[in-house]
Design a protein around this ligand. Structure first.
Ligand code: NBP
Length: 473
């Protein structure tokens, strides 16, 4: 009986396309889905693309896998993943691998890996980015798990991953939940990047008075420069699109209420736990949240006064927005990488930041030309992108335009939380002194939380309610 190198269970859009990608690369793939109609449909429609070994029941599926068994799970994240593990793990032997390629929370991945390790089963949480097209034509893959499991899985995953300059967009991220952690931060950065692009559009539309088709042209121009990226490219496409039913710009017939799924929120929650400032990502998550409060917006829209509506001369403004966007993006990515570094230290993952930038260069939603420079910066050991050669220069050169754009937005009453928070972070890092000293004084005043002094080691408390003398604590 022919055996498969890998099996995929969960054949909705992502699993089906990953299975097809594997088959198209010449790997025999066992395929299974809870509802077997999906399995049949896959083989009927795409059976000619390669070797698929369909199975109706888990026992049949597992029996069709060569050893050590590689079982890729692509089901809805959460309880379904636990259900699938519960179903398949008893059928596996030590040395076999379960790869969860869904969007799991890294803490769940750590829990699952720890539960399966004593049984000798390798549990690999693999982040996969690129949506359904990426899954089919080459995603960016971020696998965690043991080095032993990567030795078995890596060649297969690298084979189906996107390639940039011949290098696969797949690398072993680190043990247990490291892969899903990096995928989570990738999605957080994606939120920030999309928000910054949206603010650029909003400014060009409402400050400079350009229409969507004109703005699409601006984005097309940007996409041939340092901002070249998938997100800029699709932004131009969306802005140039006309609604067939009304003849209006597509962007004007879509309700302005953005959705947010789990990963952006998880990134911010995790950053809070780690104490890492990811303001750009948080601003993006909250901007979507504000947009979704339709009732609150309806109740306030006509009651809150703003400045008179005026527009400014578009000449030169688009160039300034490009600079503000590039600078703000640098900050958002720097914050995301800071979070990966902090997570890596917290959980002992030893994540190579340069390698993460390298595997995001293709296949994933945030693929972009400047990730090559980010890779180089972290390979050179940069503590933050903000001070790394090219980026330090770009920020310095952009800062006047960045400040002008934000000042214009504030003056005209256009919300730019992403731009503004990015600049605030930049200014905080360059400040000689921050008002945190005053915050410490307040905390000591009301809660005796103590403070440290600039001129002496140790912790101190001032007797605020008494004679205001100071004591070392
Ligand atoms: P969905 O997230 O819609 O999940 C549907 C699949 O889960 C079906 O195969 C379904 O089987 C299976 N399933 C469910 Br629901 N409950 C199950 C259970 N208790 N036991 C066994 N199977 C169960 O599919 P998707 O959109 O292809 O996404 C798959 C994963 O990939 C998710 O974790 C998602 O977050 C992640 N992801 C998606 C994208 C994307 O662009 N869509 C990108 C990156 C990652 P059934 O057919 O029997 O109902």
């Amino acid at each position: 009986m022919e055996q498969a190198r890998i099996g995929v269970t969960g054949l909705a859009v992502m699993g089906r396309n990953l299975a097809r990608n594997l088959a198209r690369h010449g790997h025999a793939v066992a395929v299974h889905n809870r509802t077997s109609a999906r399995t049949k449909a896959l083989v009927e429609e795409f059976g000619h693309e390669g070797t698929f070994l369909p199975a109706d029941i888990p026992e049949e599926f597992v029996a069709s896998l060569e050893r050590p068994r590689r079982l890729l799970v692509m089901v809805k994240a959460g309880a379904p993943t636990d259900a699938v593990i519960g179903e398949f793990a008893p059928l596996l032997d030590p040395g076999d691998m379960i790869v969860d390629a869904g969007n799991a929370h890294f803490a769940d991945t750590r829990r699952r890996e720890a539960a399966l390790r004593p049984r000798g089963i390798h549990f690999v949480g693999a982040g996969v980015s690129g949506g359904e097209e990426g899954a089919l034509h080459g995603p960016s893959i971020m696998p965690g798990g043991s080095p032993e499991s990567y030795a078995e899985l890596g060649p297969l995953l690298e084979d189906i991953a996107a390639k940039v300059d011949g290098t696969p967009c797949c690398a072993h991220v680190g043990p247990d939940g490291a892969g899903h952690f990096v995928k989570m931060v990738h999605n957080g950065i994606e939120y920030a990047d999309m928000q910054l692009i949206a603010e650029s559009y909003d400014l060009l539309r409402h400050a400079a008075g350009l229409d969507p088709a004109e703005i699409a042209e601006v984005f097309r121009g940007w996409n041939s420069g340092r901002l070249e990226s998938y997100l800029i490219e699709i932004t131009a496409e969306v802005l140039a699109h006309t609604d067939a039913a009304t003849g209006r710009p597509f962007v004007d017939v879509v309700r302005d209420e953005a959705e947010q799924k789990g990963t952006g929120r998880w990134t911010v929650q995790t950053a809070l736990d780690l104490g890492v400032p990811v303001d750009g990502i948080a601003a993006a998550v909250f901007a979507r949240s504000v947009s979704g409060h339709a009732e609150l917006r309806d109740a306030t829209r006509n009651l809150l006064p703003g400045p008179p509506r005026t527009t400014i001369d578009p000449a030169g403004f688009a160039h300034a927005v490009e600079r503000a966007l590039y600078a703000s993006k640098i900050v958002a990515y720097a914050q995301g990488f800071h979070q990966i570094r902090a997570g890596s230290a917290e959980y002992g993952w030893d994540i190579d930041l340069g390698a993460m930038a390298a595997i995001w260069r293709g296949g994933c939603i945030i693929r972009a030309r400047f990730l090559d420079r980010i890779r180089a910066a972290y390979e050179d050991g940069a503590p933050t992108l903000l001070t790394a050669g090219h980026f330090a220069g770009a920020l310095g050169e952009a800062q006047d335009a960045w400040r002008d754009v934000i000042a214009t937005a504030v003056r005209l009453g256009i919300p730019t939380p992403g731009f503004s928070t990015a600049l605030a972070y930049y200014d905080a890092l360059r400040a000689d002194r921050l008002p945190a000293a005053l915050t410490q004084g307040q905390r000591d005043f009301f809660g005796a939380h103590t403070y440290r002094r600039v001129d002496r080691d140790g912790s101190f408390h001032t007797f605020w309610a008494g004679d205001r003398t100071e004591a070392a604590t």
